[in-house]
Design a protein around this ligand. Sequence first.
Ligand code: S6P
Ligand code: ZN
Length: 190
Amino acid sequence: MTAPVIVPATVRTRWTDGRVSGDGVMHAERRLRDLGAVFADSDAWASGPPDQLVYRTSCVFPVPDGTEAGLFWGTTFLQPGTVGGEYFMTKGHVHAKSDRMEVYFTFAGTGLLILMDPKRSCRVEEMTPGSVHLIPAHAAHRTVNIGDVELSFGACWPSDAGYNYDVIARTGFSVRAMRGAGGRPDLVVV
Ligand code: S6P
Ligand code: ZN
């Protein structure tokens, strides 16, 4: 057998901020206009700049969506800001195959990971550089930027997990993160 040659990795992640580069990296973004039902104060949302970037993702999908036993991974970059006193956050979803788990790991910034079980009970984990978060089966998950700089975190999830945004669009999370006195987050149960 001939000796294998050493080849460079085809994808790189910069550990200081999570920036992903290389082959097959797909970019997507969500602006304020895309997040109408997400924030509690719909008047504040409607009066905000629709082009305002709230978050973007850079992900690698090495196998077709829905493939059993494959993996996807990537970074989410969530901007700092508020709408009606509520911190910028992701839409949030439960996986379409809801028993599929996921792992998050924080590169930079400070945030919250809101995990909600099917009984609408929430657990809120602090995200800081280096923190690692396991998203259990059946948990809806949403991230919130509670800092003054970009929050970036990596994610790795099964390629057959899929997304269900409808359940969140219909009933939301039972906890909202508002900027409180002194800039600290207040968790409001709704
Ligand atoms: C995918 C994973 C993340 C999110 C991303 C944006 O399972 O959880 O890549 O897609 O953080 O959040 P959302 O709720 O808009 O998909
Ligand atoms: Zn997910």
